[in-house]
Design a protein around this ligand. Sequence first.
Ligand code: GUN
Length: 304
Amino acid sequence: MPSNISTTTEARIIDGKAIATAIRAEVKEQAQAFTSRTGIRPRIVFILVGTNPASEVYVRNKGTTSRESGFDSETIRYDESVSEFELLQKIAALNADPLTHAILCQLPLPKHISEEHVIEAIDPAKDIDGFHPVNIGRLSIGKGDYFAPCTPAGIMEMMIREGIETSGKHVVIVGRSNIVGKPLAALLVQKAAGANAVVTLAHTGAGSRLPEFTRSADILIAAMGVPHAITRDMVAPGAVVIDVGMNRISDPSKPSGTRLTGDVDYDEVKFVASRITPVPGGVGPMTIAMVMKNTLLAAERQKG
Ligand code: GUN
């Protein structure tokens, strides 16, 4: 085909897996330097309650990656029936243990355990999830030592490394969760390099007006947990689209009968967006890379 005839253009794929691999290699090198300098190995403890299959996979992956990064890692498992008291006692012991630098309690927890109590029990200096109110508060203020939650931090890092300009851009986030939407909005509005965006935090309250908001985005971030909710007509031509969705849907063509899919109708949206993240292989690997980065940071801070 002559080079001056173009076919329908497709968005450039943002390869989160490759970016995450690079970050993990950097963290591994920095962890080696830290350990040879101090004689201390960063140590992360994962707490897993019950047998939620998705949580099992996430914790297994984070444990494997921790060991690959040169960290010491342990997973403490509890039966679904564990009491909140027992869990809080374990967290208190880990807070007091100078050899443990990072504590990650995988959510969701069984209904009889208060996630708030658990999150608030973790020492903010070891809360590498960045869920403790002290960390969230400092993130909102933009000052002091804090940990940014790993998925929002991974999205920020991904945009910086991809050379996606956010300053003065209109970023529309769909989804107001405490884990993604709200902290991501707080990071993006900071007056800082890699941020300084004008942010709209959209959610179910937008109702039928949602497409009106999403179409005004230079950068659209889908984090509502609804498969394929962002359709082609909701995206402005040339927008950057970041898909945080991790939805397991039925797919009889797969041996497992299911597959992972995002919140974006990728096969259609790729024809209007300028860049797009795939699911899997987009935001997911970035989250794990940021768990590693935050764990090393926690160890460095606790060393003093
Ligand atoms: N469940 C879903 N995402 C997360 C996360 O980032 N951290 C924890 N602890 N639990 C989760």
